[in-house]
Design a protein around this ligand. Structure first.
Ligand SMILES: [Zn+2]
Length: 135
């Protein structure tokens, strides 16, 4: 899912994820660049959980799969902006998706409940005595 299709909820969740990253003690400059990568739509997630991240300067792109193919990572920066960006993107999307699934389940339950109430109201009123009342 490209951020072109993100909703307000996605941006709000991204903010939450950034806040958590700050609490976790991530480097602010690195985090800032990672957020720009997300907002610039430079991150392409793959179904297998890995991601392709376009470099800030453009032209190149790096593969993130728990490691990164960028020079910074090769020089020992294990939490490079590409990996952080890919994580921010993934966590944001997963959190929003999980919430939407819960809301969907609740909507279905509410609809079923409403249908049940409607059916009960529409049911004919029984005026004859129930079998257990006949003696
Ligand atoms: Zn990297």
């Amino acid at each position: 899912m490209s951020i072109a299709r993100w909703t307000a909820e996605h941006y709000q969740e991204l903010q939450t994820q950034v806040q958590q990253a700050l609490w976790a003690g991530l480097d602010k400059q690195c985090l800032f660049r990672a957020v720009l990568l997300v907002l610039d739509d430079a991150i392409t997630p793959h179904a297998d959980g890995t991601a392709e991240v376009r470099s800030c300067t453009g032209g190149k792109s790096y593969h993130c799969n728990g490691t990164c193919t960028c020079p910074a990572y090769a020089h020992g920066m294990l939490l490079c902006k590409h990996r952080i960006g890919a994580q921010l993107y993934k966590r944001t999307h997963n959190a929003v998706h999980a919430r939407q699934q819960v809301w969907q389940a609740l909507r279905i339950r509410d609809a079923q409940h409403a249908a049940f109430v409607t059916a009960m109201r529409a049911a004919p009123v029984v005026t004859t005595a129930a079998p257990w009342e006949e003696d």
